[in-house]
Structure formats: C-alpha cells, structure tokens
Design a protein around this ligand. Structure first.
Ligand code: GLN
Length: 197
C-alpha cells in the first residue's frame, strides 16, 4: 500500500514517520509519501491531511490543483482519508464564521460542523487521556490550538469526546481528529486507518 500525506504545510514529517511506522508495525508492506503534486494523488491508496493552518493548507490545495481530485477520489472511489486538526477542519462541511471570513474552501466530505481554535488561548495546547470507542484503553491525545467538532449528522459517528466536546469522528472511509494521533507515539488510530485501505 502507498499512503499519501499532504505535504504543503504543517507537521508533515511527523505524519510520514508515523504512517510508515504503522505500516511496518501492522506487518503490511508499503510506504508513506508526501503529496505535493497532482500526479502524486494518482499513486496513493489513502491520504492523511496533517495539522497546520487550515486556511493556508486549503489555499495551497487549490493552487497546486489537488483540491478537486481529493474530493473526487474520496467520493467516487471511497479513498480513505484521515484529517487531523487543520485536516479535520478541512474535512468538515461547516467550519463557522472564521472559515467564512477567511474564505477557506472546505473539502466538505464529512457530515460535521467544527469550531476552529475551540479551546481558546489559555489552553491552546494541552494533553488528555481519553476513552475512544473501539479501543480497550485510553488514548493519550495531544491538542494544539485544536478545533472541536460541534455536531455530527448523517453517517458521521462520534468516537471520542473531551468534556462535552466531540474530538474524534468517523464517516465510512473518513476519520476526523481534533487532536494529533501522530504525536503520541500510540499508533492504534493509524492502524484503524490502514485497515480501511
Ligand atoms: N488552529 C489551526 C486552524 O485553525 C489548526 C491547528 C492545528 O492543526 N494544530 O487551522
């Protein structure tokens, strides 16, 4: 299998490393590659969209002619995509007034509304051990200026909450995470993702 990591901005190398390690750990053969050109999208079986700055990533996806092809492959071919933090914002259908003001174009693939920078300045970054549906012990979650998922509808299922807010959701081939599973050294969420391929 070949797993792409959108490589235009954000914590790209952490994602490439953790995806490569998850492939090895799960006994599968394959590689993780950074995706920067449209041709790269034709070579991959699944995609992760890292954290970073969602407005910037969105603009670069459009500029580099990646945006429409990501949407097409997700919808027509059910290509698995995992979006973390900024990537989760881009997967959503609604990212509120901040996204509207900055004219951030969303991929709009998951039935969920998110709130950017939902945890405020005083706790821009924090960590928490959270119960996640389908995992038998808590997962150490790293939040960095994280969004919260405000609500889900349709086929989008809630998998974890922090206090009252949704922080992990799945809709068929798509996973949206407000935290950074690539930063905790725990690859259980990555392995789920690889199992979708
Ligand atoms: N706050 C960022 C945004 O709104 C996301 C932060 C992150 O990806 N670590 O795009």
């Amino acid at each position: 299998m070949r797993i792409g990591v959108i490589g235009v901005q954000g914590d790209v190398s952490e994602h490439v490393d953790s995806v490569a390690k998850a492939i090895r750990d799960s006994g599968k053969t394959g590689e993780a590659i950074a995706v920067r050109r449209r041709a790269d999208l034709g070579r991959i079986d699944a995609l992760t969209i890292p954290g970073g700055e969602s407005t910037t990533i969105s603009k670069l996806l459009v500029k580099l002619d990646l945006f429409d092809e990501i949407v097409r492959r997700a919808m027509d071919e059910a290509m698995p995509i995992m979006g973390t933090c900024a990537g989760c914002i881009l997967l959503s259908k609604d990212a509120g007034t901040q996204a509207e003001k900055t004219k951030t174009k969303l991929l709009g693939l998951m039935d969920m509304a998110v709130d950017r920078n939902a945890f405020g300045r005083q706790r821009e970054s924090f960590e928490a051990d959270l119960d996640i549906e389908g995992l038998d012990s808590p997962f150490h979650c790293v939040f960095i200026r994280a969004p919260a998922i405000l609500r889900t509808w349709g086929d989008c299922k809630v998998l974890a909450r922090y206090q009252e807010r949704i922080v992990l959701a799945r809709q068929k081939n798509l996973i949206g995470s407000a935290f950074h599973p690539e930063l905790s050294g725990d690859l259980r969420i990555h392995r789920w993702f690889l199992d979708l391929v």
